[in-house]
Structures are given as C-alpha cells and as structure tokens.
Design a protein around this ligand. Sequence first.
Ligand SMILES: [Zn+2]
Length: 314
Amino acid sequence: MNLLKFIQKFPTEEKCLKSFVKYRLERGVTCAKCEKKTIHYFVKAQKRFECKICKKRTSYKSGTMMEKSKIGIQVWFMLIHLMTSITKSMSALEVSKQLDMRYDTIWYAMHKIRCAMGKRDAKYKLDGTVELDDAFFVAVDLDRDSDEQLKRGRGSQRTAKVLVMVESEKVSKKQMIQKYGKASRHNKGRKMGFVKMVVMEDLSSPEINYEAKNALKSSVSIIADDWRGYRGLPKVVKKVTQTVTPPEKAMEHLPWVHTVISNAKKMTLGVHHSVGKQYLQNYLNEFVWKINRRHFASDPFERAMCMAVDEYWN
Ligand SMILES: [Zn+2]
C-alpha cells in the first residue's frame, strides 16, 4: 500500500478504530474471566469489547502491543505503515518530526512494534542448508558510566555480539543466469531464504548451541567457518560443515550471511547512529522481519496488523 492509498483508506481516527476492531474480532479476543478466546461484541460508546458468555468488558487494546498506550489508533497505523512500507528503516527522530509528536513517545512505540516483529519471527524455525556466522555490531552500553575508559576490539564495550543464520540453497549456474543475467552481483551461486539474527551475551559453545536450537530445525545442515565455538553444533543439528575461511574467501564460502551482516550494519550505523546495546535486538528484528517477507505477495501493512492485534500471552 502506498502513502496515497493509506490516506484514502485510513483518513480518520474513527476509520482506523473500525478497522482495528475488525482485525481484532477476526483474530479473536481473549476473555480474562473465561480464560480463553470467546465471541466478543464491540461496545462503541465505551470503546470496549464485551464477552458474549460472561459479559466481562475489556479495553479494545488489551493484550496487544498497544495496551496502555496513550497514542491514538491512527498514529499507530501511521507508524506501522511507515515502518513496513519502506525497505529501509526510519529513525524515531525522523518519524516524530513527520508526525509532529514527542520523540520519546514515538521511540517507545516503534520499539513496541519491533518487539512484536521479533515475536512473530520467533514462531518459525529455519530449514534446509543454513549459513551461520557471528558478527560484532557497534552498540553503546547505555547503563555504563560514560567516564569509563573504553576497551578496543573483541569484547569491547562498544560492540555487541550477534549470531546470524541464513537459509542458503545451492543453485546451478544456469538457473542463476536465467534469473539475474550473466554479470549480476546477485550471482552468488546460492539462493537466500529466511534469516535469523540473535544478540548474544557471549559466543561460547553452550550459548551458540542454545540459540541455534531455538532458531533451527534439527534437520538443518549448517555451513560455517572454523570458529571453535561452533564445534558443539553437531549436537543440535543433523550436519555441520566447518571450513577455514580467510576474509578474502568469505563471500565465496558464506555469501549470504556476510551480505546480511553488512546490510544490517549499514542500517544500524546509517539510520539509527548510536544504538543502545539493549535495543539492538529490536532494530535487528525490524531488519529481519522485512528481509523475511521481501518476496511475499500480500500487503506488508495487512501482515503487520495481524501482528499488531496478536495478544502477548499467545
Ligand atoms: Zn468471558
């Protein structure tokens, strides 16, 4: 949906509310008293849902990422539209200027959306052949005393460790040429599927195994470099192929995981500048959510609305 269509479809708070209620009733509203999803009616005058069985009323935003938020539904819709309709990311500063709203309010709401995006993607596991690597992202430790001397390099307080996993299937040269043409930079000899990125406290073998188990099906075949932290991975998946990968061979051995890392770094540095370590996962959620849906035919706003009305206890 482009901006013009969005404005035509959601011109007022009332239109947005009507649409939001429709999405919620379609996905189901949970009654706290009946302790399950029941048929609900919408009581317009009070902006509340009423359970058909026990008559208990509940706020129209209850259980969703918008619960307790003072922002109107139209602003939420605009935020969701802005965050899902463009391939790149927008900073909270830019968005707050566009909507003429307080920076803090917008910043907080955008992170709520990013959390929901991560929650949505956590429902799926990667399958097939997966390129796996770790990366160090620039991130500021916001709790740290600013006078403290910063260490440099691996383990420095200005970097965060991220485990990156990308589905990557081998494609014949002929198929690649058919799809992209002879001289395309996309011709990596492999086709990229779904992606996962996880911010890690450390890159020890148990931590890596724990996250890989969460992210990957046990039938997965991993390809990775020869980092010792990956040696326990055969306990988690069917097959692991570790190859010594000097930097100049990285794009050949693990083309998609490196492309993803490089694009994600551009996004965090270029758009959001100083990213707090504790919020890095949220920014990556947004980045990954968009990559994972790049080939979907349905409208990103519609998909995001399913996520927006999801109740957090489900
Ligand atoms: Zn009930």
